[in-house]
Structure formats: structure tokens, C-alpha cells
Ligand binder design. Structure first.
Ligand SMILES: Cc1ncc(COP(=O)(O)O)c(C=O)c1O
Length: 355
């Protein structure tokens, strides 16, 4: 058991109304912070009032971008029970990412104890109501001040909590996506497979340009502008008449937790799902032949997000009459019912808040 000191706020904030949360616009009263120093290990684990961090302006995060984060959720179920969704997946992914970015990863025990204690302190921030949850943002940054280019010998691990509603302004309606041929999110050997802040910096310009054209997400292609990688901040699934395809993890795709859960769920239903390379040319050809029934993105924030319009080389392709498809609906209902506790957790995805 990690020793975590607690300093509670003397001025708790008013809770935002649960039907007007949006995504990531509010932060809870407290945050978790701990520090790793080479030769000393983890220390100073603390829950403190939410507020600014004090960092030396020479810290490596500001100069060389040593920053990595996670995104996960904790839910208040119908009977009041509080559950985390697959938190160990996020700890593992953070550890993999930390190794790639030369940061120190919090061990499983520290990660889980920090989550349990922080959420217990800010439990009143877990919203009630449809499509709501408390989003958790564990983050690692290199905090050692120096200007030589080398890994930081000091890592700060912090966790923020944000009550959230629906990710998209469209709610759960189909989204319009733009197949991007100019900018890349990631490349082989780069950082695409880890949740490095740098990947998001790299994605902003394409996302902004797509928005200006009326598309809410970018369909990311590989370096050859052929292989499909992801859609915006989601993994992507294509439902054909004879198979369900998601791009195989090739080193530049983020291994999504929701992707992993959907694969498990589809396989448990005996549906023909495959992880393989899939190109934009194949998608457009099969769309033209009427073989593509549904496309959807998967991610913690939106869970399942059906795609209604795909823009490629000057043309808008309509998918499933720009409506939510039956498989997207079924998967969305099933996952959210498990999270809400209205369906049994048959795949063992949930971890209860201990209190
Ligand atoms: C680039 C990217 N791909 C995929 C995902 C989906 O991952 P997860 O299902 O773990 O949220 C995310 C995160 O939300 C992401 O930022």
C-alpha cells in the first residue's frame, strides 16, 4: 500500500449540472501528484487541492516534449456502486509509453492506489445521468531542469479528474470524417503507438483544417497515404457484409482500450472480426460495390462513434444512409450497460471503488 498524504481543499467548488458537462471542461477539487527521482525512487505521493504545478522553466517537458498521458473513466452505476473500466489496461499502456519516452512509469500498485484514493476523495464529482462519467487523466512529464538532449532523471506523475458528458456536439449521431493525404499523425518507428502529447501536437493542424471544411474528425492514413490507421482520437472498425475489419496494430497506431474491449466482445459473440492492414482504396472500392455496411470509431471518450460521411479526394461517400448502424448501436448499448451495471460484467472489465 502506497503512503499518500492528503491535503483537502477548504473551498470546494460547486458541481456543474450533469446535463451540461461537455467534455473536459471542468476539473474536480483535488489532484494526485507523485515524483520519481533517479537513485531515490518514487516519493511525495500526495492528494492536494486542484491547482497549478510549480515547475522549473528548464524542465525537459517544456523543451523536449517528454509528456505522456492516459484517458480512462470511472462510472456511478444505477445502484450507486462506483466502478473503474479496465484500469489495468491503462496502467500497462502508460508503462509501455513511458519506456518509449524514457520516463519512469508508476508501478501498478502506485497507479491503482492513487486512482482509488483520489476518486474516493472526489467521489461527489462522479456525475449521475445518461452518458456521464468521471474522466481520469493520469499524466507523466519529465521535470528535471537541464538543456542537454537526454532523458529527464525526474518524472512527475499526476492525475486529474473531469466530470464529462458526450464527447461530440453531435451526441451519438454519425460523424463526418476527412481522409487526410497531406499531414501524418505518426510514422513507423515514431511515437504513434504510445499516448505521447507530441502525437496530438502533430494532429492539430489537420484536425483544424478538416473542421474548417465541415468534418469533425480526420481519417489518418499511413506514410504511403494508403493504409488506414485511426480516425481522429479513435481506433476504427469497418463492417463489411462478410467480415469486420480493424487495422492491425502496426507500431504507429495507438492500441486503444476500447478497441481491445470491442474485439473481445465481438469474438465472444462469435462474429468474424479480423485485425489486418486495410487500405483506403479497398474501403472506397467496397463502398462502391455496396459491401461496406457500417464504419465506427472506438475510444474512451465517445465509446462508439458511427461514421456517416467519408470524404476522400473531393468526394463525400455516404455510409449506411448517414445513420447509426445496427452493430454500432448494439455494441454501444452493451458496453454502456455493462459500465452502468444494467448488464452483467461477463468479460470482467470492472474494478470497484474500494472506499
Ligand atoms: C489517437 C488515439 N487513438 C485511439 C484512441 C482510443 O483509445 P482508448 O480506447 O484507449 O481511449 C485514443 C484515445 O482516446 C487516441 O487518442
Amino acid at each position: 500500500m502506497t503512503t499518500i498524504t492528503k491535503t483537502l481543499t477548504t473551498s470546494p467548488k460547486a458541481l456543474p449540472p450533469s446535463n451540461q458537462l461537455g467534455f473536459g471542461q471542468h476539473f474536480s477539487d483535488h489532484m494526485f501528484v507523485a515524483k520519481f527521482t533517479e537513485g531515490k525512487g518514487w516519493s511525495e505521493a500526495a492528494i492536494v487541492p486542484y491547482g497549478p504545478l510549480s515547475l522549473d522553466p528548464g524542465a525537459s517537458v517544456f523543451h523536449y516534449g517528454q509528456a505522456l498521458f492516459e484517458g480512462m473513466k470511472v462510472f456511478r452505476q444505477q445502484d450507486g456502486k462506483v466502478v473503474f473500466f479496465r484500469p489495468e489496461f491503462n496502467q500497462r499502456r502508460m508503462a509501455d509509453g513511458a519506456a518509449r519516452l524514457c520516463l519512469e512509469a508508476p508501478p501498478l500498485e502506485l497507479f491503482m492506489d492513487a486512482l482509488q484514493e483520489l476518486v474516493a476523495v472526489d467521489e461527489r464529482w462522479i456525475p449521475e445521468g445518461p452518458n456521464t462519467s468521471l474522466y481520469i487523466r493520469p499524466t507523466l512529464i519529465g521535470s528535471e531542469p537541464f538543456l542537454g538532449v537526454r532523458p529527464s532523471r525526474e518524472t512527475i506523475f499526476f492525475i486529474l479528474l473531469s466530470p464529462v458528458g458526450s464527447y461530440y456536439s453531435e451526441g451519438t449521431k454519425p460523424i463526418k470524417i476527412w481522409a487526410e493525404e497531406k499531414y501524418l499523425r505518426a510514422a513507423p518507428g515514431g511515437l504513434g503507438a504510445v499516448k505521447a502529447g507530441a502525437n496530438y501536437a502533430s494532429s492539430l493542424k489537420a484536425a483544424l483544417d478538416a473542421k474548417k471544411q465541415g468534418y469533425s474528425q480526420v481519417l489518418w492514413l499511413d506514410v504511403e497515404h494508403q493504409g488506414i490507421e485511426e480516425v481522429g482520437t479513435m481506433n476504427v472498425f469497418f463492417v463489411f457484409d462478410n467480415e469486420i475489419v480493424t487495422p492491425a496494430l502496426n507500431g504507429s497506431i495507438l492500441p486503444g482500450g476500447t478497441r481491445d474491449a470491442i474485439l473481445e466482445l465481438l469474438r465472444s459473440k462469435g462474429l468474424p472480426v479480423v485485425e489486418r492492414r486495410i487500405t483506403i482504396t479497398e474501403v472506397i472500392e467496397r463502398l462502391g460495390r455496396g459491401e461496406l455496411k457500417e464504419v465506427f470509431g472506438t475510444g474512451t471518450a465517445a465509446v462508439i462513434s458511427p461514421v456517416g460521411v467519408l470524404h476522400y479526394r473531393g468526394k463525400d461517400w455516404i455510409i449506411n444512409n448517414n445513420e447509426n448502424g445496427p452493430l454500432s448501436n448494439e455494441l454501444y448499448s452493451e458496453i454502456t450497460a455493462i459500465q452502468r451495471g444494467t448488464q452483467p460484467d461477463k468479460l470482467n472489465w470492472l474494478v470497484p471503488l474500494k472506499k
